[in-house]
Design a binder for this molecule. Structure first.
Ligand SMILES: [Cu+2]
Length: 154
């Protein structure tokens, strides 16, 4: 006699559970709004992954990185030091080169053309005046690549 009512209760409870299990706010995914100043912001931190394996096997270096408590944007200069939330960019140095390039996109860094063998890439998280805040080095080895097949002579 009460079976339909019990089924309804079970259905309602399971629906509520399912909705709760997948409920996610925009803040959960994106973090705090970048449009609100942060008092006493925690120190900035740099996270750098190893190169993506599939691309590395083909001799291509794709390195993903992320920052905490710092947004990577192309804004520079002393005045930008007082911006909140904090902003900055990344210096990338390949194999101890005397020069580096700058990434201000926050996207995967791609390096191509390295010879097979051991390599390393230094990531430095910098403030808008280029002062280094944090750094990470990723070491990896590019495997030997198959030689291209020569095209037949004409
Ligand atoms: Cu810089």
């Amino acid at each position: 006699m009460y079976a339909p009512l019990d089924c309804m209760a079970v259905l309602a409870a399971s629906t509520l559970f399912a909705a709760t299990a997948v409920a996610q706010t925009a803040r959960d995914v994106r973090g705090p709004s970048p449009l609100v100043a942060i008092e006493n912001e925690a120190p900035a931190r740099l996270i750098v992954d190893s190169p993506l394996a599939e691309q590395l096997a083909r001799g291509l270096v794709f390195i993903q990185y992320a920052t905490e408590n710092l947004r990577v944007v192309p804004v520079f200069g002393k005045g930008a030091l007082d911006v909140s939330p904090r902003i900055g960019h990344v210096h990338v140095t390949v194999d101890d080169a005397p020069w580096h390039f700058v990434d201000a996109s926050g996207e995967t860094v791609i390096v191509v053309g390295l010879k097979p063998g051991p390599h390393k890439v230094l990531f430095e998280l910098a403030d808008p005046t280029h002062r280094v805040i944090d750094s990470k080095t990723v070491s990896f080895e590019i495997p030997p690549q198959p030689k291209p097949v020569p095209s037949p002579a004409r």
